[in-house]
Design a binder for this molecule. Structure first.
Ligand code: TMP
Length: 207
């Protein structure tokens, strides 16, 4: 049995990750691939409970290390209970965010040193990294306007534009540093163009 591929979708708020995950899912299913779609933080009942803790707006200020450790606590559960078993039985896993989001949000956004994140990444994941990261990239104001139209802002969405600008910059820098793993898609274009590019990228992963 060949191990499945692990593909993650990243970007700042409101860039259209959910829509493009569906594009990728239908493209792969049409090619006969067994696909598991999941998200972080979350993906198992316990990890979803940690997600609620992380996203709930609260009066108490949340320390950056509390946030970081909860992200990796949820990730350990999700990875070992759901992602790894799926990859091992040959399914492809499409995940809405993964550790690249931790580097961007907790690292770039909150200022946690990348070295601290790398220690937890190695502890929780060993050598496992996504095979492909699809970065949906759009100017921060475009995404924030879309996210605001959707629902009440969660604890992250309540942050100011400068926070999301640091996150976008961090993602773009990581994409430059890791050009083989990262695929940058300009998500500010019309939806059909973005979906077309995502579908052809995903087809190229079929080899
Ligand atoms: P979502 O809105 O894309 O579902 O993600 C939930 C929020 O969690 C989003 O604001 C980004 C944030 N997040 C982090 O800060 N670090 C992480 O490692 C992950 C996976 C998500």
């Amino acid at each position: 049995m060949t191990r499945g591929q692990f593909i993650t979708f990243e970007g700042t708020e409101g860039v259209g990750k959910s829509t493009q995950l569906e594009t990728a899912r239908s493209t792969l299913e049409a090619a006969g691939v067994d696909v598991v779609v999941t998200r972080e933080p979350g993906g198992t009942p316990m990890a979803e409970a940690i997600r609620e803790l992380l996203l709930a707006p609260r009066d108490e200020s949340v320390h950056s290390l509390t946030e970081l450790l909860l992200m990796f606590a949820a990730r350990a559960q999700h990875l070992h209970q759901r992602i790894l078993p799926a990859l091992e039985r040959g399914s492809w896993v499409l995940c809405d965010r993964f550790t690249d989001a931790t580097y961007a949000y907790q690292g770039g956004g909150r200022g946690v040193p990348a070295g601290h994140i790398a220690v937890l990444e190695q502890l929780v994941q060993g050598d496992l990294r996504p095979d492909h990261v699809i970065l949906l990239d759009a100017p921060v104001d475009v995404g924030m306007a879309r996210a605001r139209d959707r629902s009440e802002p969660d604890r992250f969405e309540q942050e100011k534009a400068a926070f999301f600008q640091r996150i976008r910059d961090c993602y773009r820098q990581r994409a430059k540093d890791q050009p083989l793993r990262y695929h940058v898609v300009d998500a500010a274009r019309p939806l059909d163009e973005v979906s077309g590019q995502v579908a052809s990228l995903v087809r190229s992963f079929l080899g």
